[in-house]
Design a protein around this ligand. Structure first.
Ligand SMILES: Nc1ncnc2c1ncn2[C@@H]1O[C@H](COP(=O)(O)OP(=O)(O)OP(=O)(O)O)[C@@H](O)[C@H]1O
Ligand SMILES: [Mg+2]
Length: 401
């Protein structure tokens, strides 16, 4: 049976509520937010311990979270008549600056549930090892001198599995996964810039363990050059501040920033220095191509396939994992059309009748892939690959053989 910590946590919560009230009376917004953050974490913990009051504590945790992330501003003038667990005396609809043109950014909207596992990723063994190692070291108890990595940069050609890796890291840890698409966030929340990043990191702390995944990082990470917008520059500076803050603070919570890019050479040096762990996500080699084919044909009979031959051709054609996924999809469709030539005629049948019928399938054969090989072309050439390799040699993670 688990130990009931709810008494200890409630005492701790009361203490933090008192601290929050003191900070509020001094009008110290920063202090208020720190205490609100602690209250939110405690409410979530008590909710876990006391199933009977779960809903009440989750609701309170959310309100505290709103204060911690600046969505609700602590007000100095009001009085607390509430319970000891709930947020007290806040002006519910007030926004930070009172500026009516401000957009209400909710970092929780970036949270995605990740069901990707390490086994869904074919090949990339070294990349998986490096990422797993980073995650594990962040979690283990360790001497103060050992500082875990706080940021990982994944770089490589399109479709090689960078997003999958970040999702698998989050999935394996049951971590909250914040998926931030740089250019979309930049255009949608134009003008909200620096607040957006601090709110994102505050929310991630409350919901730790968290992984913040910044996709298309080049849209942000090269923002200090000429010709970039003020908004991009502000977002980038706030991001650098948050990353420095994480690096300097000792914390028991896992909060890992992962960024991905197809054009690492566009990143500015200040950005690179915050991501000392830069991992090259390469095109798959022959064996990896075979395992990606197997992952994408699960449930079908592939015993007649010349997997080594198919793998070799994928490598020759410079296919990425995404190209191989498309290749398999098209090959499967070829097999389906072969076995169900008159499928379209069934469209007139009632849906319930369709559910009683079975799709005809057969084993996959090499010729199912022929047409797909003709149709799928890699966007890369050997010069592109050379550019990645050169950058990796100069700036990438040294592989530890
Ligand atoms: N190593 C792999 N194993 C299995 N599937 C893969 C692998 N790499 C890519 N894929 C397939 O390709 C798709 C695209 O992968 P993903 O989105 O992770 O690529 P990416 O590197 O993030 O691409 P981009 O640079 O365009 O964002 C995945 O949904 C998956 O189906
Ligand atoms: Mg991606």
């Amino acid at each position: 049976m688990g130990i009931d910590l709810s008494g200890v946590l409630s005492t701790e919560l009361k203490k933090n509520v008192e601290e929050y009230k003191k900070a509020r009376s001094k009008n110290d917004i920063g202090e208020c937010r720190d205490n609100a953050h602690a209250c939110a974490v405690l409410c979530y913990q008590i909710a876990e311990q006391q199933p009977a009051f779960r809903d009440k504590y989750i609701a309170n945790a959310k309100k505290w979270e709103n204060i911690a992330t600046g969505k609700i501003t602590p007000s100095s003038g009001s009085h607390n008549k509430n319970s000891s667990s709930g947020p007290v005396a806040v002006k519910g609809s007030e926004k930070n600056s009172g500026n009516s043109s401000e957009i209400d950014f909710d970092a929780s909207s970036l949270i995605e549930t990740s069901s990707v596992t390490w086994n869904d990723i074919g090949g990339l063994d070294e990349v998986k090892r490096l990422v797993k190692e980073t995650v594990v070291i962040a979690g283990l108890k360790k001497p103060d001198a050992i500082k875990p990595w706080k940021g990982i940069l994944l770089f490589g050609p399109p479709g090689t599995g960078k997003t999958m890796i970040a999702a698998a890291a989050a999935g394996s840890l049951h971590a909250t996964f914040f998926n931030v698409k740089s250019d979309r966030v930049l255009s949608k929340y134009f003008g909200e810039s620096s607040k957006l990043i601090s709110s994102l990191y505050e929310t991630a702390k409350v919901k730790a363990p968290s992984i913040i995944f910044i996709d298309e990082f080049d849209a942000l990470g090269s923002a200090r050059g000429e010709g970039t917008s003020e908004a991009s520059r502000k977002v980038l500076s706030s991001l650098l501040i948050e990353l420095d803050g994480l690096q300097n603070k000792k914390s028991d919570h896992l909060l890992l920033s992962m960024a991905a890019t197809n054009t690492p050479w566009d990143l500015d040096t200040a950005v690179l220095s915050r991501f000392p762990r830069r991992i090259f996500v390469t095109l798959p080699d022959e064996i990896s191509c075979r395992s990606i084919i197997q992952i994408n044909t699960v449930g079908l009979d592939t015993s007649g396939l010349d997997l080594p031959g198919l793998g070799r051709r994928c490598v020759e054609k410079l296919y990425s994992g995404r190209d191989i996924q498309n290749l398999c999809q098209q090959a499967i469709w070829n097999m389906i059309h072969d076995k169900n030539p008159r499928m379209d005629e069934l469209a007139d049948l009632p849906f319930n009748e369709l559910k009683n019928r079975v799709l005809n399938t057969r084993e996959l054969i090499n010729s199912d892939f022929e047409e797909s090989f003709e149709r799928i072309h890699s966007p890369l050439n050997n010069d592109d690959l050379k550019q990645y390799n050169t950058w990796n040699d100069e700036y990438g993670e040294r592989s530890q053989c």
